[in-house]
Ligand binder design. Structure first.
Ligand SMILES: C[S@@+](CC[C@H](N)C(=O)[O-])C[C@H]1O[C@@H](n2cnc3c(N)ncnc32)[C@H](O)[C@@H]1O
Length: 266
């Protein structure tokens, strides 16, 4: 992994404003971030002390959901939109530990994630893992670009973890999920996490306001009803919509203010 503390920023990467992918990396204990990301990330932590726990719970949920999908649900293809910077337990690593033949397409629109895409793809058989530099608001393009790696006639798990919160218009966010799931066959799944103000999390709302004034892209929280609407027409997998820490999590796991769910297209 590169160390941005000593390596010049790659082309297109702005180091004068905090970016979500890099701040998320900071909260997860990574080093692929810049002083501006650490400064904003630490201010958010001071206002909303459980944000680091949210990030770790979200990644742990990713691991449990992918293990369930590649195991019990028999899924062999993953479309991970809003990938984030490479971290411990990336989707293709978790999936292939359960089912070695899994294919994965990663999508993100942050130039810092693009710059590290090679790290993400290293070690994979050619043609089995791909990175697409695209915006979630263009699901048609994402589907076209994925078709050279994934067989879209067969079930796919669409991962949208911590990303629809950056699509501020709820109708647009719903259209993204609907467009992706409409294009995929029965047996496909969607995996979602999303911040909310309905599960506690002291300082969450003020921290989001601070984020929107000082960092990019702007974020929004959503209610359980808004989150549930993303799953319209799909069958939620047990235990349904819960704090992502509680989705098949360790007994007694501390609740975080982030919904998590997995749902299957009938
Ligand atoms: C909170 S991080 C989550 C990373 C990872 N999914 C996880 O759960 O650990 C959100 C990611 O979504 C990406 N992102 C935000 N808005 C996006 C958009 N409109 N299109 C594509 N990616 C986006 C950010 O660059 C960032 O990498």
């Amino acid at each position: 992994m590169t160390d941005p503390r000593t390596t010049p920023a790659p082309e297109g990467v702005r180091t004068d404003v905090a970016h979500n992918a890099r701040v998320w990396n900071h909260w997860l204990g990574g080093t692929d971030n810049h002083p501006v990301d650490r400064a904003v990330g630490d201010r958010v932590t001071a206002m909303y002390p459980s944000i680091g726990e949210v990030a770790r719970a979200d990644r742990a949920f990713l691991g449990r959901a992918v293990r369930y999908l590649a195991g019990e649900a028999g899924i062999r293809q993953f479309l991970d939109i809003g990938t984030g910077l490479p971290s411990a337990g990336n989707t293709h690593e978790v999936a292939r530990r359960t089912a070695p033949g899994c294919r994965v397409v990663y999508v993100d629109n942050d130039p810092a994630v693009l710059a590290l895409a090679r790290t993400l793809l290293a070690g994979s058989q050619p043609g089995t893992t791909e990175y697409v530099d695209a915006d979630a608001r263009d699901p048609e393009r994402i589907l076209r670009a994925s078709a050279s790696t994934l067989d879209l006639e067969r079930p796919v798990a669409v991962m949208l973890l911590g990303i629809l919160n950056f699509v501020l218009d709820t109708d647009e966010a719903r259209r993204i999920v609907r467009t992706l799931m409409d294009a995929l066959p029965s047996g496909s799944h969607v995996v979602l996490t999303h911040p909310t103000l309905e599960l506690g999390g002291e300082g969450n709302e003020a921290a989001m306001r601070f984020w929107n004034e000082n960092a990019t892209p702007p974020i929004t929280a959503r209610t359980r009803a808004e989150f549930a609407a993303f799953l319209t027409g799909l069958d939620p997998v047990d235990p349904g919509i819960v704090s992502c820490a509680h989705w098949r999590g360790e007994p007694g796991a501390v609740r975080v203010a982030q919904f998590g769910a997995v749902a299957r297209k009938p």
